[in-house]
Design a protein around this ligand. Structure first.
Ligand SMILES: CC(C)(COP(=O)(O)OP(=O)(O)OC[C@H]1O[C@@H](n2cnc3c(N)ncnc32)[C@H](O)[C@@H]1OP(=O)(O)O)[C@@H](O)C(=O)NCCC(=O)NCCS
Length: 115
């Protein structure tokens, strides 16, 4: 296994407090919105997912990809994972860590591939 790149991003939670649904649907998948919008701290979950998308974007070995194609998935009670819905990412492995507080959300990603 070889490290391709790392990426990180930090977001202010308040930016995600009053976003219109059209913008949300442009940035996030249906499953991401379902997870975030059912929660008490909606903006924190949205902010950390946006941070994850930006962190992955920084670490990808190619540019020009819609943020919605970078998805954070959460199985019940499990660690968050990244799926990049793009043929160019098919051999890449993503390791993700997220954290958020009332004010800030941070994401860190490592991108790996088999040698
Ligand atoms: C998982 C845990 C570490 C999260 O920590 P936290 O300070 O509450 O929350 P953070 O803001 O740092 O992180 C939240 C994010 O962690 C991620 N996360 C959740 N469970 C995770 C896990 N098991 N592993 C890795 N990441 C996890 C999620 O992506 C979550 O964000 P999301 O809900 O928007 O998807 C915490 O809830 C936990 O279970 N701690 C165990 C403590 C414990 O058992 N102590 C007793 C020891 S005897």
């Amino acid at each position: 296994m070889q490290i391709v790149n790392i990426g990180t991003d930090i977001e202010e939670v308040r930016r995600f407090e009053n976003i219109d649904i059209k913008t949300l649907r442009r940035l996030f998948t249906k499953e991401e919105l379902e997870y975030c919008l059912k929660s008490k701290n909606k903006a924190q979950h949205l902010a950390v997912r946006f941070a994850a998308k930006e962190a992955v974007f920084k670490a990808l070995p190619f540019e020009e990809i819609a943020l919605k194609k970078i998805e954070v998935i959460r199985e019940q009670g499990a660690k968050p994972q990244i799926i990049v819905h793009d043929e160019r990412a098919k051999d890449l492995i993503f390791k993700l860590s997220l954290s958020h507080t009332k004010n800030n959300a941070v994401a860190f990603v490592i991108v790996l591939k088999d040698k």
